[in-house]
Every structure is written in C-alpha cells, then in structure tokens.
Design a protein around this ligand. Structure first.
Ligand code: NAD
Length: 367
C-alpha cells in the first residue's frame, strides 16, 4: 500500500510545507502519457500581474530537484519583475527530461495546452534548452507566450538588453565604490563571452575599460578578441587576475568560499543567475569584505523587461532601453539601503521588491 504521507514528502518538508515556505501561490503538475511530458509550472506571486517566466527543459536527477528548481526560479522572477517596475508577477516552468531525446512537436504543444488552461495566470517564454522553433510550437496552443522570434513577430533575442542592464548596474556600483560612475581604465573580468558577455564587452571597451575575458569555448574567445581589444586568460586564471570588477556571465554559484578567498575585486556585477552559492552566507561574506555586489536578479533584468513589454503591448526598442536604463537607479537604491540597514545587498533588494508588492497589493483592494 502506498503511504500517502511518505509520498508527499520532499526532502524533510512536505510538498505543502515547501510551497508555503516562500508563499508560492500555485504549483501545477502537467503529465501526458503519449508524449512523455512531465512538467511543473510554478506560480509564485500574481499580485502585480500575470506570472511571467521562461520554460526550461532539463534532465533533472529527480523530480524533487525539478520541484525545488521551479520554486526557486519562480520566486526570483517575482523580485525581478517587481524591482523592474513591471506589472507582472513571478512564474517559471520546467519540463523534465533530456531535451535532445524527449523534445517533440507534440510534447511542446501539449505543454502549450497546459499553459493555455491557466487562462493567462502564467505567461511563458524561452529559457535554457528551448529555442525559437520550440516556442513557436508552444504558441500554436496558447496565447500566453512572449519573447517570440522576430520572424514570428516577437521581440527576439533579449541578450543585448540584458547586457545593457548589466552595464548600467555596473556603472551604478562604480558610482557607489569610487564616487564616479566611469569605467574608463577599470579592469573588468568577464567570465563567459556568450550572448550577453559579448555585448557587455562591447559596452565596456567602448567606454575605455581594460577588459579581461575567459570562456570554455575557443570560438567564443576568438570572436570577441577579433572584434575588441581584450586580454584573454584561462578559466581558472580569471580569479587570480588583477581586476577591479568581476562580471560573471556564464554559470551560477561562482561566488563561493573558494573564489572569495582567491579573488580581489571591489565590485561583482554580472548577468549569470544565482551567482551566490549560498545566498545568506556569501551575501554576508561580500559585505564583510567590502565588495559591492549587484544582486543578479536585478542587474540581469533587461531580458525580462524586454519580454515583459513585448507581452504587455506598446512595444518599442526605445521603450525597452529606457526602462533598462533605470537599473542604474535601482542598483544605487539597493546599495544605499544595504549600507543604511547594514544588510547584504541581496536582502536589501528582496525587501525593496517585497515592499512594492505589498504597497500595490493594498492599492488593488480599493475601487
Ligand atoms: P550563453 O550560453 O550564450 O553564454 C554563456 C557563455 O559562458 C558561453 O559562451 C559558455 O561557453 C561560457 N561558459 C560556460 N561555462 C564557463 C566557465 N566555467 N568559464 C568560462 N566560461 C564559461 O548564455 P547567455 O545568454 O550569454 O547568458 C549568460 C548568463 O546570464 C547565464 O547564466 C544566463 O542564465 C544569464 N542570463 C541571461 C539572460 C539573457 O538575456 N540571455 C538574461 C538573464 C540572465
């Protein structure tokens, strides 16, 4: 006999305990026998508007890992949307399985029907292991999809906006650290020169920064060195480089015990998601070391601003760039709050995001 109590347990917490820990509104499990679809849609908060967040496909080791990932990612989207001043909530979806083996038109369209069944409470977009063709299949079954390719009439690649936001946020950090937002002559180490990293290097070089780059792929390094004057180092060498600013634009969790002991920098400002291996511990360590850290979910919000405005309508590249530019002021506000309240910048950012949700939530109670 199945022990339902036992089945419901995820780690040490029950499913409902996990959901309530960070006040998620709704978790939707999607299953389809014919296509092998197993997906989870996480809706964290819809006070400000529909929960927008991409769908990623990943070969998770366990269902628990997928569940925890969707909880974490959807919560991050709530803060990102709130701090960006968007009338959007936070959501995210994960499809469980090897994208190379399991992905099919039928699976994606079946997933699209699940998204449609939520009547706009969740709006999806492209994320890890999903491409413009996949999004086109999803959009055949639901209206609630955004950030489609330009070919499909959408806003296309969000990376230039993300890179511009990171650049703006980095300048705000420089203002706080040096009293001057100029990056001219500053040594900036960019880890990962893919979609976002490439555009970020362009902004930095144009401003006269001394840019150090690394990537695991030679062709990426070759492209960026062909187009800009940069110094190339190997992956590990980056942490030992003499730098003023570290810009993680590859993977998460690169701010950890090991790197914080080796790296000497004044600022950490980059596009990667979940840069702090342990949000609480490493947020505090950064503060103690006097390193200014621009919370990842704020500084990399350019992509969300792009797809968000695409979804909300009245889209233009100019409007997106204008809104992305405001990341500069928001990052400065976060740094001030962090200093004033003597709390890590990550926590300051979460408090600011939560405050807007609570304030607007109260506004909505009145006619
Ligand atoms: P990408 O895959 O195009 O680029 C990442 C680059 O990092 C690749 O060139 C890869 O080879 C390199 N890389 C991987 N591991 C590395 C390592 N150990 N050392 C050095 N380089 C390594 O991805 P992207 O779209 O440029 O996004 C970069 C980061 O920003 C990701 O973490 C992504 O989640 C985040 N992000 C991107 C956007 C966006 O608009 N693209 C928006 C928000 C957040």
């Amino acid at each position: 006999m199945i022990d339902l109590k036992q089945e419901e347990k995820v780690g040490n917490l029950s499913v409902f305990e996990e959901i309530s820990e960070h006040a998620h509104e709704q978790i939707v499990y999607c299953y389809d026998e014919n296509t092998g679809l197993k997906a989870i849609i996480g809706i964290h908060n819809t006070v400000l508007g529909p929960a927008l967040g991409g769908t990623r496909m990943w070969n998770y080791k366990s269902e628990k890992e997928a569940f925890v990932d969707v909880l974490r990612l959807s919560r991050g989207m709530t803060f990102k949307a709130s701090l960006s001043g968007l009338n959007l909530g936070g959501g995210k979806a994960v499809i469980i399985g090897d994208a190379k083996k399991l992905k099919s038109e039928a699976l994606l369209r079946r997933f699209g029907r699940y998204v449609e069944s939520l009547h706009g409470k969740y709006v999806t977009a492209e994320d890890v292991n999903m491409n413009p063709d996949d999004m086109e299949y999803i959009s055949m079954e639901t209206r609630y999809v955004t950030g489609l390719s330009e070919k499909m009439g959408g806003s296309g690649d969000p990376s230039p906006y993300t890179a511009y936001g990171v650049y703006m946020g980095m300048k705000a950090c420089a203002k706080a650290a040096y009293g001057n937002e100029s990056l001219t002559g500053k040594a900036v180490a960019v880890q990962g020169v893919g979609h976002v990293g490439y555009y970020l290097v362009k902004h930095l070089v144009e401003e006269g920064a001394r840019v150090i780059v690394t990537d695991i792929y030679e062709d990426k390094v070759r492209d960026v060195s062909r187009d800009f004057k940069v110094e190339v180092v190997d992956q590990d060498g980056l942490y030992n480089s003499r730098m003023d600013i570290y810009a993680p634009c590859a993977l998460g969790a690169t701010v950890n015990d090991d790197t914080l002991n080796r790296m000497h920098c004044d600022i950490i400002a980059g596009a990667a998601n979940n840069q702090l291996e342990d949000e609480k511990k490493h947020g505090k360590m950064l503060m103690e070391k006097g390193i200014i850290y621009a919370p990842d979910f704020m500084i990399n919000a350019g992509g969300l601003i792009n797809v968000g405005l695409d979804y909300l309508g009245n889209y233009s590249r100019e409007r997106v760039f204008k809104k992305v530019e405001r990341i500069y002021n928001t990052v400065l506000d976060i740094i001030h709050k962090s200093k004033e309240e003597k709390i890590p910048s990550q926590e300051a950012a979460i408090r600011l995001a939560t405050q807007r949700i609570n304030d607007i939530g109260k506004v909505k109670l009145h006619l």
